[in-house]
Design a protein. Structure first.
Length: 302
């Protein structure tokens, strides 16, 4: 299976571990990701706040490249990229808006664009949970995981089309298929502070601290995320969040692809674990102990 792929800017920097684990998991599942050539930044958070048409033009150029390649689906790992690409495609349905955007491009873009999906959606669509379970030879038995989508992945519902905007369940299905105990995490679509981490650090510390506090209360071995900005706020800024909450946190924050990769028997280095700020070693030790126990039980029973 081959899909057109838009990695997004953070894939080469702040979320290089997300990119590495995404490609590794897709390879393990026989999914080929073909980068669209000459892709550009989608505008991320600030562009649409400055100029809606410029923001749409940045995204439309990427969608146009994918369309001219004949792609039917365009995948991206990042919810912000997904949101921007989908909003642009929606706005371009207005002929007057499309005309103004085309004036910003070298040439008018294609009349129709491929559908854009998150990598998580694509994996959920292509592989049912039974097939994921079959592929997950190294189960995640023994791990208690808190799924955290963030506020952007499922909202607005009519654009993102990611299930119930308040209670998406796709990540839970994928993690459960890999053998983990998936917690019913009540803050899974709450905001972590998003891009306020620079201009309003106290806001991000307070909001992220609330999420981390809940994960700690539920005895989660890790928070599992799908957004580079969420991962940064919850992992890199965990000490700031702990200070704001008046407590201490030591909760690994992993991308869902890193967790799935462990279930597929991929090594932590293949999945970019070395980039995590909060050490995942306690989680890896717990998983290894559970696997030793399981292997011992099988030996006794045989």
């Amino acid at each position: 299976m081959k899909f057109a792929y838009y990695p997004g800017c953070s894939s080469t920097g702040t979320s290089a571990d997300y990119e590495k684990s995404t490609r590794a998991v897709c390879r393990a599942l026989g999914v080929q990701l073909e980068d669209i050539p000459g892709w550009n930044c989608c505008g991320s958070t600030p562009a649409h706040a400055v100029d809606t048409e410029l923001s749409a033009a940045l995204c439309a150029r990427n969608l146009d490249i994918a369309a001219r390649l004949g792609a039917e689906k365009l995948l991206t790992p990042c919810p912000s990229c997904l949101s921007n690409l989908r909003h642009a495609a929606h706005r371009m349905e207005d002929p007057a808006f499309r005309s103004r955007v085309n004036e910003l491009l070298d040439e008018p873009c294609a009349e129709t664009f491929p559908q854009t999906y998150s990598v998580m959606q694509a994996l959920g669509d292509v592989f049912d949970t039974d097939l994921i379970a079959q592929r997950a030879g190294q189960k995640l038995k023994g791990l208690k995981l808190a799924p955290y989508y963030g506020c952007l992945m499922s909202r607005p519902a009519e654009i993102m089309r990611f299930g119930d905007p308040e209670n998406p369940t796709l990540m839970e299905n994928l993690l459960a298929a890999c053998g983990a105990e998936v917690l019913d995490f009540p803050l899974k679509t709450d905001c972590c502070g998003a891009s306020h981490g620079i201009p309003e650090r106290s806001v991000t510390a307070r909001l992220s601290g609330r999420i981390l506090q809940m994960a700690q209360t539920m005895n989660a071995d890790a928070l599992v995320v799908a957004c580079p900005l969420c991962q940064m706020n919850l992992d890199l800024r965990q000490r700031q969040a702990a200070k704001a909450a008046g407590t201490e946190f030591n909760i690994p924050v992993l991308y869902f692809t890193q967790v799935m990769g462990l279930a597929f028997g991929l090594s932590p280095r293949e999945l970019g674990f070395e980039k995590l700020c909060v050490s995942p070693q306690p989680l890896l030790d717990k998983l290894a102990a559970a696997r030793r126990t399981d292997a011992s039980d099988r030996k006794v029973n045989s």
